[in-house]
Design a protein around this ligand. Structure first.
Ligand code: CUA
Length: 189
């Protein structure tokens, strides 16, 4: 074997070893990302938006589930708590939500114009709001108090001023507030 041939096979071996190392790094990154998805999915119950439900943006305010008088917190005959809200540039409606503590609360929300989103305090309540689609998720709030609910998708010049509040009440307070009221919110009237 000539000297240059020997050199060639050596540098080839070095290249293969280097590529193998990089492949292991890439493989480790992939394993880490999948592990993060599994941990957040199982541990925090973080989920991508579930069932795809559509809604007509043009008639949103006139008819159906998202008319103004139907927004806010509803307690069903079976005791299930549902919060309905609409996002628009640059506010949520209602601007103040009321929910009971330690109770599954189902959110149903949509947007009338741009893509918005919200997160509630330090909870796992976090969703995007896309015009034409209904975002829905169910979560429980672990402690009472008032949490901030900012829009977290850049939606235009007023984005940073777009937020609502969420009042988490004890079960007794919530029951008292919701008695005889069809749609509950904490918006000052
Ligand atoms: Cu709405 Cu950002």
């Amino acid at each position: 074997m000539s000297a240059s041939g020997h050199e060639g096979s050596r540098s080839e071996a070095v290249a293969i070893a280097a590529e193998r190392r990089w492949a292991m790094v890439v493989g480790a990154v992939l394993v880490l990302l999948v592990a993060m998805m599994v941990v957040t999915g199982l541990h925090w119950a973080a989920m991508p938006p579930s069932r795809v439900e559509t809604v007509d943006v043009k008639t949103l305010h006139i008819a159906g589930e998202f008319i103004e008088s139907n927004l806010g917190t509803a307690v069903g005959a079976d005791g299930k708590v549902t919060v309905r809200l609409v996002a628009q540039q640059y506010s949520f409606q209602p601007q103040c939500l009321v929910v009971p503590v330690d109770t599954p609360v189902t959110f149903r929300a949509t947007s009338t114009d741009a893509i918005h989103g919200f997160i509630i305090g330090a909870t796992n309540a976090n969703t995007m709001l896309v015009p034409g689609f209904v975002s829905t998720f169910t979560t429980s709030f672990r402690k009472t108090g008032t949490a901030l609910m900012p829009c977290h998708e850049y939606c235009g010049t007023g984005h940073e001023a777009m937020w609502a509040h969420v009042q988490v009440l004890s079960a007794a307070d919530f029951l008292a507030r919701s008695r005889g009221v069809e749609r509950l919110s904490c918006v000052a009237r």
